[in-house]
Ligand binder design. Structure first.
Ligand code: SAM
Length: 314
């Protein structure tokens, strides 16, 4: 397995972060509007699950950066950005000021210190829903969530009606921290997933021009596909014979690698979820290079339709 050590990063994100958060907040609002209309009738309990919750601002500690981003460059932010910044957690919790929110909020981050800071920041928001902060690995906690959702139709002590769990899950790591095996656990659940795929910031750089992959095991773990299949997706091999009858191999790399990475990940999601956004949100860096694709997958057709409409309007 590839190891990408953390190095010093003072700030992160840029206009693309804002666009991602704007898209996601619009979705959460639309999601809650629909869920609120039916939650009583169908005995739903709504869970918000944020696997990479962060500390609530952009000035993160150097050890808080998950694997790869610092290897391939980072986006700097200025002090103004840092002060004005509201992460996904704050934006979601804040929605309770205008509408009924989630019954449970799960905030996961690998670093205890991040969660302490986040908890402090969110303490200013009085929510009806219970906020749970858990310092742990997102892969472990996402699998725990999937386990909990298996026990759907739990009967609460004070109520004779069983309730059904509905989850909105955000996984927005910097890097390739989420294993495909983790995503597989979410299949078949009443769950909407938004996931950030580091298509241009990291993955495209692992697909080298010479027809070989850098860190093939990391790519296998990320896509849930064997190395040969990943290679087959990005390289075409042709064989040429010269005048003396010598055969040589020629490798041609797929033209639009970044878009192809997004297609491959979406196709993989499509094997687990019946609905996936056809055109994910493409996030560009300041040089207009696509660095991330933000994808929505769900068991529910309306959810993805709604997500696609939001993306298309941005
Ligand atoms: C992109 S930031 C999160 C941004 C946040 N969602 C927001 O809206 O402000 C990524 C966070 O993931 C945390 N992290 C990195 N690897 C992790 C892992 N394997 N499990 C859980 N958290 C992790 C880092 O500590 C960092 O705070």
């Amino acid at each position: 397995m590839a190891t990408f050590d953390n190095t010093h990063v003072k700030g992160w994100g840029g206009p693309w972060t804002e666009q991602k958060l704007d898209c996601f907040t619009r979705y959460v609002k639309a999601y809650l509007t629909i869920m609120n209309a039916y939650r009583e009738k169908y005995h739903w309990k709504l869970i918000y699950f944020d696997g990479f919750a962060g500390c609530g601002d952009r000035k993160i500690q150097e050890e808080a950066v998950d694997n790869t981003i610092q290897i391939f460059g980072e986006e700097k932010v200025d002090a103004m950005d840092i002060n004005l910044y509201q992460g996904a957690a704050e934006r979601v919790v804040r929605l309770e000021q205008e509408m009924a929110g989630f019954d449970f909020y799960y905030f996961i981050d690998k670093y205890e210190e991040n969660l302490t800071r986040l908890e402090l920041k969110l303490a200013g928001y009085n929510t009806k829903g219970r906020k749970i902060f858990r310092a742990s690995d997102a892969n472990i906690e996402t699998r725990n969530l999937a386990q909990a959702m298996k026990k759907d139709a739990v009967t609460p002590v004070s109520d004779s009606h069983p309730y059904h769990l509905k989850t909105l899950c955000l996984l927005d790591p910097f890097g390739m921290s989420i294993d495909w095996e983790t995503i597989e656990q979410l299949a078949g659940k009443s769950l909407d997933l938004w996931i950030l795929v580091p298509t241009g910031s990291i993955i495209s750089r692992l697909i080298k021009n010479d027809g070989t992959l850098m860190y093939p095991e990391t790519l296998e773990r990320y896509f849930g596909l064997p190395q040969e299949q990943i290679e087959g997706r990005f390289y075409t091999k042709t064989y040429e014979t010269d005048l003396f009858g010598e055969e040589s191999e020629r490798v041609i790399k797929t033209k639009n690698v970044i878009a192809e990475i997004a297609n491959l990940y979406c196709e993989q999601l499509g094997t687990l979820f019946p609905y996936v956004t056809n055109e994910p949100l493409v996030l560009y860096n300041r040089n207009n290079v696509p660095i991330f694709h933000f994808v929505c997958a769900s068991f529910n057709k309306t959810a993805v339709k709604m997500a696609q409409e939001i993306i298309d309007k941005l």
